[in-house]
Design a protein around this ligand. Structure first.
Ligand SMILES: [Zn+2]
Length: 138
């Protein structure tokens, strides 16, 4: 397997392939998701890709009624809100992601600590395909 540089572009390429990848410091072992090219813990620059299982628990969330333009383009608005949250992954790192499979119109129905599993949301086709990281109740 070719080695990809540790960058947001590579991270998104992996998402297109339905892989959730973090980066791990070869020196101190600290894990980052999304990946960082430099370890902020020990300043190490030797990082390697670390596949993540995509399982975790919901730490916090927010439901958004007036989103940024790219979300409005996807059909989200006041009547169709969406949620984003922070997921505490089994590997011990926290990552921001969209929340799917929850009732965004009834945020009080969403419980903190629920087990979540990764979901890859593909938008667009071919060269223009973008994949958004999301999690849904496991
Ligand atoms: Zn380190």
């Amino acid at each position: 397997m070719e080695e990809r540089p540790i960058s947001p572009i590579s991270f998104h390429q992996y998402l297109n392939e339905e892989k959730l990848m973090g980066s791990k410091c070869k020196k101190c072992g600290k894990l980052y998701a999304p990946p960082r090219p430099i370890c902020i813990s020990c300043r190490g620059t030797e990082m390697e890709w670390a596949p993540l299982k995509g399982k975790g628990k919901l730490v916090t969330y927010t439901c958004i009624h007036v989103g940024p333009p790219w979300m409005v383009e996807q059909g989200y608005d006041r009547e169709h809100p969406y949620c984003s949250g922070v997921v505490d992954l089994e590997e011990g790192v926290k990552i921001d992601a969209r929340l799917e499979g929850v009732n965004a119109s009834k945020p009080e129905s969403i419980k903190l600590g629920i087990p979540l599993t990764v979901q890859f949301l593909h938008r667009g086709e071919g060269e223009k395909m973008q994949t958004f990281l999301a999690f849904k109740p496991a």
